[in-house]
Design a protein around this ligand. Structure first.
Ligand code: UD2
Length: 310
């Protein structure tokens, strides 16, 4: 059993990760300030005997240190973040605070508390436009957004701390994560949650651009397992790995598949393409398989079926 501190525990990926850690017998301290996380996401495990939740802002200097006093984590899984690319363009200073400065504070807490491992929620957004598909971790990183920049800077900061202090740091470059509990309520929300909302409420979904942009969608349960492995697998070395499936679909194909899963027909509205939007995104899952023995188990169709069955 490990003691694991999870930031962003009430978020979409955070709550699935905590749930799996508890199922696997670990002790978890979850922290979240409910900026985008939700209390409802904690419901299924809030009273679990090996779970404790504390409300707090990881980006506020000193706050995580005081919240986690006495917990002595073996590992920290740092998922708290501003998750939206367009929001980072609209609010670059806040992006810097939440997606970079907070990471440095988490590294400080890990060192002070004696944690041996940090798992960091990085992103495919670090690559920016790159035609060398599928993207391997050695591909050139040229982020198109403040979001991607901050994630890349955070990776560098943590890997530097790992070298300096002998920690193990795993940077998980998530591609497009989808599944239950993804909040559809903002224009910045993940596209599958937006399309799901539109299809179930009988509204017209909007496609930004021509819909031929592609994404590698990975199911949140698989991402939670990748986090579990990165945090707890013995003899793991520091490094960076894509958390992806190695398959991509266009948004037009996605919407057709989702309409089918919902048993509906659907004509979207096409709007202007988003600033900072990556055209093609497809990752190579080879390194995560090699270094973490991680392979996604849920196909896009199976994940969509779960979403529509709820
Ligand atoms: C996702 C992640 C981001 C980062 C990135 C990695 C979310 C919310 N964002 O950004 O954190 O990890 O992947 O590359 O998960 N779109 C529509 N209609 C809509 C909403 C979106 O057409 O109603 C388009 C959007 O313009 C983009 C695609 O769908 O081309 C995916 O958008 P997204 O916001 O789900 O995710 P992305 O790839 O910007």
């Amino acid at each position: 059993m490990s003691r694991i501190l999870v930031t962003g525990a009430a978020g979409f990926i955070g709550s699935h990760t905590v749930e799996l850690l508890l199922q696997e017998g670990h002790e978890v301290l979850g922290v979240d300030n409910f900026r985008t996380g939700r209390e409802a996401n904690l419901q299924t495990f809030l009273t679990h005997p090996r779970f404790r939740f504390l409300r707090g802002d990881v980006a506020e200097p000193g706050e995580l240190a005081s919240l986690s006093t006495g917990f002595r984590p073996d590992a920290i899984i740092h998922l708290a973040a501003m998750v939206s690319v367009p929001e980072s363009i609209a609010h670059p200073a806040e992006n810097h605070r939440l997606n970079f400065l907070a990471t440095t504070l988490v590294a400080d807490v890990a060192l002070a508390a004696g944690a041996r491992r940090i798992v960091f929620a990085s992103s495919a957004a670090v690559y920016g436009t790159n035609d060398a598909l599928p993207l391997s971790e050695d591909a050139t990183c040229q982020p198109l957004s403040p979001y991607g920049e901050a994630k890349l800077q955070s990776e560098h900061h943590l890997l530097h701390a790992a070298r300096e202090h002998g920690l193990t740091v795993r940077c998980q470059r998530y591609f497009n994560v989808f599944g239950p509990r993804q909040d559809p309520s903002s224009a910045y929300s993940g596209v599958i949650s937006r399309f799901h909302d539109a299809l179930t409420l009988g509204r017209t979904p909007t496609i930004h651009g021509d819909g031929e942009q592609t994404r590698d969608f990975i199911y949140v349960g698989d991402v939670a397992r990748a986090n579990l492995l990165a945090a707890t697998m013995p003899r793991v070395q520091s490094g960076t790995a894509n958390i992806c499936t190695g398959h991509s679909v266009s948004l037009n194909q996605l919407l057709t598949a989702m309409a089918q899963a919902a048993g509906k027909t659907c004509q979207p509205l096409y709007g202007p393409a988003r600033a900072g939007d990556i055209r093609q995104s497809l990752g190579s899952p080879a390194r995560a398989k090699l270094e973490l023995s991680f392979q996604p188990a849920t196909s896009l169709d199976a994940g969509l079926a779960t979403l529509f069955a709820r």
